[in-house]
Write a protein that binds this ligand. Structure first.
Ligand SMILES: [Zn+2]
Length: 201
């Protein structure tokens, strides 16, 4: 593994800084020119790990796939990545979404009827189904829909960090948040500026 890639946190440690479920889902990969790079959803087990992380589902260790690094081809993954890409388009496309993008989004929204909740300790989560990913896609689609029709949609921003492209909801009082996180992209930018000034001297 190259040095750069080793710095990309795995799905279990990935920062949840989007401010909404739908934005955090889009941020499960980085983006360059609207294409995913350093994707953390490399397999179905990562999807389950993320679902548990954000509280959509609850799975005990016995039900988690044995090999978290597996990259076997899985038709559910292709569909999920396509959904994630289209979802991002809804937020970043200034001319409004293409009909195909909206159609795919509406399809995921309609899956809410298949959802069921269950008790997990002292809280609720969605019933996990192995045959599809409606437990993830429908709540994520609903989260996006809620944001898209809200005045807060204007506060969804894209991080300008190198090789980042994450989306986040700017909740700052003065609407001046620039970075997905100061701990990552913000600090990287500060360091670059510092060394740039030093070099110029
Ligand atoms: Zn960033």
């Amino acid at each position: 593994m190259c040095a750069l890639h080793s710095k990309v946190p795995a799905i279990k440690e990935i920062a949840l800084v989007g401010g909404r479920l739908s934005l955090d889902f889009i941020n499960t990969t980085n983006w360059v020119d609207n294409k995913p790079v350093d994707d953390r959803l490399t397999g179905y087990s990562q999807v389950l790990a993320w679902g548990c992380r954000v509280g959509l589902i609850h799975l005990d260790k016995a039900r988690m796939p044995a090999d978290p690094g597996t990259q076997e081809p899985d038709p559910r993954m292709e569909r999920l990545r396509q959904f994630r890409h289209q979802l991002r388009q809804l937020f970043v496309c200034e001319q409004g979404p293409a009909p195909a993008t909206l159609a795919l989004f509406n399809q995921r929204l309609s899956q809410t009827s298949e959802l069921a909740m269950k008790s997990a300790g002292n809280r609720l989560c969605f019933e996990y189904q192995d045959h599809d990913l409606s437990w993830l896609e429908a709540p994520v689609a609903y989260s996006a829909a809620e944001l898209l029709i809200s005045p807060l949609e204007k506060r969804v921003k894209q991080c300008p960090g190198t090789r980042c492209g994450w989306l986040f909801l700017d909740n700052s009082p003065n609407n001046r948040r620039r970075w997905c996180s100061m701990a990552t992209c913000g600090n990287k930018h500060k360091a670059q500026q510092f060394y740039g000034r030093k070099k110029a001297k």
